[in-house]
Structure formats: structure tokens, C-alpha cells
Design a protein around this ligand. Structure first.
Ligand SMILES: NC(=O)c1ccc[n+]([C@@H]2O[C@H](COP(=O)([O-])OP(=O)(O)OC[C@H]3O[C@@H](n4cnc5c(N)ncnc54)[C@H](OP(=O)(O)O)[C@@H]3O)[C@@H](O)[C@H]2O)c1
Length: 292
């Protein structure tokens, strides 16, 4: 018996997508063996298109309050490091960092002290093709790292602020700006808006587009930031990886779970997995009713 063609093509970590509807114009792929090309709509005229990128346990857990530095929800949710599914998820995340710029909540910045939002993080396999793919489309080498912080509690020595060549933009409030200055963070671009007031978060994104030319944001969470973006009708879609790990919710405090996408009226645009033996599911949920 001959295997279906898509089983025979490409690397073992290439996600095989079933597309249920058009996601937008295809952006291409840095390497067709490893990444199927994804499509994105043109961004709205006055703000970036924002897509979430998140991994959840089989029972929908995104994170919990860490007991200490070794208590790492993301690692636990992902499960065994050596699995092809896990590599495929990492590769998808790295590819999604080539689409435009990248956003993150300040709590994740504080809890992940080595995190850099770039297609190749320290310790990753080399990925020159991901950078070449960005540059060929007129983008900078590194995506801009956009940090969301209400109160400016950003660690000044964090690599997002100290890595040569990496540009960071902090979205904050007037109180946050004062705290950033108190911490000696003065050379980083900052957008100051009353982010908790109606329209504040939307205005900050209008300025990201107008003042910095940000057209796409891969927003990597956490759930608190996703909730704020969703409430402001700015979260356009979410790439949701669901693993096979079941988290014992009673064993943790401050458990955060992902959206109930179907109940929120989101549309499943595409669904993927590794063939033939993948155990993660990769879904792409698109919200309606966002700001245009
Ligand atoms: N499973 C996953 O895919 C995934 C993804 C990302 C993160 N995580 C994990 O999730 C945990 C952190 O997530 P989290 O939900 O607690 O925090 P988070 O979303 O990363 O960050 C929350 C912070 O964002 C800022 N913020 C809140 N509302 C805002 C608004 N309306 N506008 C602008 N900024 C706003 C505040 O910063 P200030 O406090 O500075 O004011 C707040 O503390 C970590 O353990 C991390 O490793 C998991």
C-alpha cells in the first residue's frame, strides 16, 4: 500500500494542516520540508493583526502560580522533551516569530529570565533560514520584542533589554513609565497610554502601527495579557497547541486556563498534527468582532 503523499513529504516534525477556510494570503515558508506555508490577512488599517501563540495541557491549563524557580508550568504542560511533537511545536513557534513582531506580558518576562523572542533562542538549533526569511520580506533580523506592563516592573538586566541588536518596545501607563525610569530603563522605546481605561490598549496599538510600523504581532501570552487583548477586541486569532499531558489542577494554585473558543464564537480555521503518530493537536482559532 502506498502512503498518502503528504505522509511521504518533508521532515518528521512538519505539521500536516487541514485547512477549513482561507486564513489569508500565504506568507511562504523558510523551508518547505519543515514548515507548511501559513496565510495571514492584511492587518486592519490602523493597528497590527494580533495572533496568540499558546500551549495548553489536555485539560486546558496554560499556567499556574509558580512555587519557586524550579516549578515550571510550561515545561510540565509540554511533557517529554525528546518527542517529535514537542520539536514541532517549538518549530511552529519559531516560524511564527518570522511573521512580524512579537509580544509578551511582563509577568512572563519576570518568570522566564532567559527568554528572548527571536526565531533562534540561545540553546536552539541554528536557524539562519528563519532570519533570511524575515530579511527577504523586508523585516529586521530580530522581531521587535513588545512588553506589556501596567506598572513598569520590568527587570532592567533581562536579555530582552540587553541583547545587542534586539529592539524592545514597552507598552505601559504613566505610573509604569515612572517605575521604568526609577529602574534606569531609559533607552528603550516606550508607548505610554492609560491602558486600563477604555480605548487605552487600542490606542497603544494604533501607535505601534503608526510610530513603529508594527503590522503583525505574535503574542505569546500569558493568559492575563490574552484576556486583556480579547476584552479590548484586539486579539484576532490564536494558534493553540494542546498536549497530551493532564495537569492535576488541585496540585497548584492560581491555575490559568485558556479560552473556551467555541463558546466565544471563534471559528476553527485550521487543524494540524504530526502524521502518522502525533499526540499534540495544533489548532488555529479565529475570533470575530475584533476592531477594524
Ligand atoms: N502555556 C503557555 O503557552 C504560556 C505562554 C506564556 C506564558 N506562560 C506562563 O504564564 C505565566 C505568566 O502568565 P500571566 O498570565 O500570569 O502573566 P502575563 O500575561 O505574562 O503578564 C501579565 C502582566 O501583563 C501586564 N498587563 C496586564 N494587563 C495589562 C493590560 N491591560 N495592558 C498592558 N499590560 C497589562 C501586567 O504587567 P505589570 O505587572 O508589570 O504591570 C501583568 O502583570 C508564566 O508562568 C509563564 O511562563 C505560559
Amino acid at each position: 500500500m502506498t502512503a498518502p503523499l503528504h505522509w511521504a513529504v518533508g521532515d518528521a516534525t512538519r505539521i500536516q494542516w487541514t485547512r477549513y477556510r482561507s486564513a489569508g494570503t500565504e506568507v511562504g515558508t523558510p523551508d518547505p520540508e519543515r514548515w507548511a506555508p501559513l496565510g495571514f490577512p492584511a492587518p486592519p488599517p490602523d493597528r497590527p493583526w494580533i495572533f496568540g501563540v499558546v500551549v495548553v495541557s489536555a485539560n486546558g491549563v496554560v499556567a499556574w502560580r509558580r512555587r519557586d524557580a524550579r516549578d515550571d508550568p510550561v515545561r510540565e504542560i509540554l511533557g517529554d522533551e525528546t518527542r517529535l511533537d514537542r520539536r514541532a511545536d517549538r518549530r511552529l513557534m519559531r516560524y511564527l516569530r518570522t511573521i512580524g513582531d512579537v509580544g509578551i506580558g511582563a509577568q512572563t518576562v519576570r518568570e522566564q529570565p532567559t527568554l528572548i523572542l527571536s526565531p533562534q533562542e540561545p540553546g536552539d538549533e541554528r536557524a539562519p533560514e528563519l532570519y533570511a526569511f524575515r530579511v527577504a520580506r523586508g523585516l529586521s533580523h530580530h522581531p521587535r520584542n513588545i512588553i506589556y506592563s501596567l506598572y513598569g516592573r520590568v527587570p532592567p538586566q533581562h536579555p530582552m533589554l540587553t541583547t545587542p541588536g534586539l529592539s524592545t518596545i514597552i507598552l505601559t501607563t504613566p505610573a509604569g513609565r515612572a517605575e521604568l525610569a526609577r529602574r534606569g530603563i531609559r533607552d528603550t522605546a516606550v508607548i505610554v497610554e492609560p491602558l486600563l481605561e477604555s480605548g487605552g490598549l487600542a490606542r497603544a496599538h494604533t501607535r505601534l502601527r503608526a510610530e513603529h510600523g508594527v503590522r503583525y504581532i505574535a503574542c505569546e501570552g500569558g493568559q492575563t495579557l490574552f484576556g486583556a487583548l480579547r476584552a479590548a477586541r484586539l486579539l484576532d486569532e490564536v494558534f493553540l497547541t494542546t498536549t497530551d499531558v493532564v495537569v492535576d489542577r488541585a496540585a497548584h494554585e492560581g491555575v490559568l486556563t485558556t479560552f473556551d473558543f467555541a463558546a466565544e464564537g471563534a471559528t476553527l480555521v485550521a487543524e494540524g498534527r504530526l502524521e502518522p503518530a502525533g499526540v499534540y493537536t495544533f489548532k488555529r482559532w479565529r475570533f470575530g468582532g475584533t476592531r477594524r
